[in-house]
Design a protein around this ligand. Structure first.
Ligand SMILES: Nc1nc2c(ncn2[C@@H]2O[C@H](COP(=O)(O)OP(=O)(O)OP(=O)(O)O)[C@@H](O)[C@H]2O)c(=O)[nH]1
Ligand SMILES: [Mg+2]
Length: 323
C-alpha cells in the first residue's frame, strides 16, 4: 500500500467520512490497492447490522430508508446508506430522486450516503457493493442500509451481502403469486406493503400472509408489515421488527453462519471474476478471438465448439499454469 493510501485508510478507520468516500472510490474503480485495503480493514469487520431494502421501482424504498434513518439516528446510531442506482443509459438513473428524498439527512454527520451505479448487472448489486459495505462497517457505521431495485433473480445478491432483507411491495405490485414467482419469498426476512394508504393494501397483506403460512415453520416468522412511508405510518413498527430480526439472528450462532456463507460466496465470486478477466485477456492477446467471433456470428461454428477450440488453440492452460 502506498503511504498516501495507508493514511487514507487509517483515517477512514477512525470514522472520517471524506477518507471513507475516497477509499470507496478506489474500490469502485478496482484499484490495484484493493487487496491490501481489504486486508488492512479485515480485523474491523462484522460489527454493523447490514439491512437490504429491495423491491420493484417506485414502491417507496427511499422514502422508507429516509424514515428508518431518522428513527435510528434518534437511537444515536451512525447510519451508512448505499443507494444502488439503477442507472440506465437513457435516464441517467434515480440518483437525483434519492438525493431529494434523503435531503433531511444531508447535513447530519452521522449519516453517510453513497450512490452506486449498477453498471449493467441487471438491477442486482454492482460487483463492488459487498466491498463498499465492508468499508462502511470498518468505518464504524452501526447500521448499513442498502437500497436496491429488485428485478427477479439478482435479488439473491442482496441476501448474500446483508443480514436482514426487507422486501418492499405496494398494493399495485401485483398479486402475491407473482411475488412468489419472482423469488421474493426466498429472500425476505420482512415483507413490507408500503403505500398502505392506497386501496387493496389489506387484501395484499392477507394474501402474502396466507402464502407465508404454507412454509415450513422456521426460527423466524416472516412478518408482513403495512406502512405509509410518506406519512410516517407503520415505520416505528417496522423498525421494531428489524431489531427483533437482528436479535433472533444473534442467537444460536445464526449470524455467524450467515456471514460464513457470505464470505465463502465472496471468495468464490472474486475468484471467478479474476479468472474470467485474466482468461479473456489471454484469449484477446492470442488474436484468435475475433476470428472465432466472426465464425460464430456467421453461423459457421456453434458457440460451444467455438469455446472448445478457443481454449485449445490459445494454449491457454499452458500459459495459465506456466507449463
Ligand atoms: N401514496 C403513497 N406514496 C408514497 C408512499 N411512500 C412513498 N410514496 C411516493 O412514491 C414515490 C416513489 O417513492 P421512492 O421512495 O422514491 O420509491 P423507490 O422505491 O425508492 O423508487 P426507486 O428508487 O426509483 O425504485 C414518491 O413519489 C413517494 O412520495 C406512501 O406510503 N404512500
Ligand atoms: Mg429509491
Amino acid at each position: 500500500m502506498t503511504p498516501e493510501i495507508m493514511k487514507l485508510v487509517e483515517q477512514m478507520l477512525k470514522g472520517e467520512n471524506v477518507s471513507l468516500s475516497r477509499v470507496i472510490s478506489l474500490v469502485e474503480n478496482e484499484s490495484s490497492q484493493v487487496p491490501q485495503i481489504m486486508k488492512r480493514i479485515s480485523p474491523h469487520l462484522g460489527r454493523a447490522h447490514c439491512i437490504g431494502i429491495t423491491g420493484p421501482p417506485g414502491v417507496g424504498k427511499s422514502t422508507l430508508v429516509d424514515k428508518l434513518t431518522g428513527l435510528m439516528r434518534k437511537q444515536g446510531l451512525e447510519v451508512g446508506i448505499i443507494a444502488v442506482d439503477p442507472s440506465s443509459p437513457f435516464t441517467g438513473g434515480a440518483v437525483l430522486g434519492d438525493r431529494i428524498r434523503m435531503q433531511q439527512h444531508y447535513l447530519d454527520k452521522g449519516v453517510f450516503i453513497r450512490s452506486m451505479a449498477t453498471r449493467g448487472s441487471m438491477g442486482g448489486l454492482p460487483q463492488t457493493a459487498g466491498s463498499v459495505v465492508k468499508l462502511l462497517d470498518a468505518a464504524g457505521k452501526d447500521i448499513i442500509l442498502v437500497e436496491t431495485v429488485g428485478v427477479g433473480q439478482s435479488e439473491i445478491d442482496i441476501m448474500e451481502t446483508t443480514d436482514t432483507v426487507l422486501v418492499i411491495l405496494c398494493p399495485e405490485s401485483g398479486d402475491a403469486i407473482q411475488t412468489m414467482k419472482a423469488g421474493l419469498f426466498e429472500i425476505a426476512d420482512i415483507f413490507v406493503v408500503n403505500k398502505a394508504d392506497n386501496p387493496g393494501a389489506d387484501n395484499f397483506v392477507r394474501d402474502i400472509q396466507a402464502m407465508l403460512q404454507l412454509r415450513e415453520p422456521n426460527w423466524w416468522d416472516i412478518p408482513v408489515m403495512a406502512t405509509q412511508a410518506i406519512n410516517d405510518v407503520g415505520t416505528q413498527e417496522l423498525h421494531k421488527q428489524i431489531q427483533l430480526h437482528y436479535q433472533a439472528l444473534c442467537k444460536e450462532g445464526r449470524l455467524l453462519q450467515r456471514r460464513q456463507l457470505q464470505r465463502k460466496q465472496d471468495f468464490i465470486k472474486t475468484l471467478e471474476r479474476k479468472l474470467t478477466s485474466r482468461l479473456l485477456k489471454l484469449i484477446e492477446q492470442d488474436g484468435q478471438l475475433s476470428r472465432y467471433i466472426e465464425k460464430v456470428e456467421k453461423g459457421e461454428l456453434d458457440p460451444y465448439s467455438a469455446v472448445d477450440e478457443v481454449l485449445k488453440s490459445a494454449n491457454l492452460l499452458t500459459d495459465w499454469f506456466g507449463q
